[in-house]
Ligand binder design. Structure first.
Ligand code: CA
Ligand code: CA
Length: 135
């Protein structure tokens, strides 16, 4: 089904507050509901995605790598390598989140839109989670 964003344009018909509740059986009513209130972001669904700032970071696997999407900037490839685990956290306390991603075989890296990629650890973790260690 791909990746979709709910339309928030003025005058767009609101029904069920954005919750798709197909009345009929089968996919036809679901498809009508999607076409009425949702905007396609990409015909391909990602393996995984997380919130990153006011956009999203998407794991598009071996074929396409790691991409980000924002309403204003659209799609941008951040890395051609297939990421594993991902999280968003403000590492340097500049009020802007960095993307932290594990690349199996390469290790754990952080991405800052200005500084680019930096290695955090050559060993890939089993799990990652954001934590505020400054307060
Ligand atoms: Ca992946
Ligand atoms: Ca930051």
């Amino acid at each position: 089904m791909g990746l979709w964003e709910r339309s928030t344009s003025p005058g767009s018909k609101r029904q069920g507050d954005g919750i798709i509740e197909p009345r009929g059986k089968g996919s036809a009513s679901l498809k009508r509901a999607i076409l009425r209130e949702w905007v396609s972001l990409n015909p391909l669904g990602p393996e995984a995605m997380i919130r990153l700032g006011n956009g999203i970071a998407c794991d598009y696997g071996v074929a396409y790598g790691l991409w980000s999407w924002t309403q204003t900037g659209g799609w941008q490839q951040l890395n051609p390598v297939d990421p594993g685990l991902m999280t968003a956290v403000d590492i340097d306390n500049d009020q802007q989140e960095e993307l932290v991603a594990d690349f199996p075989g390469y290790g754990l890296y952080s991405y800052d839109p200005i500084a680019g990629w930096g290695s955090l650890n050559p060993v890939a973790p089993n799990a990652i989670a954001p934590a505020n260690l400054l307060n």
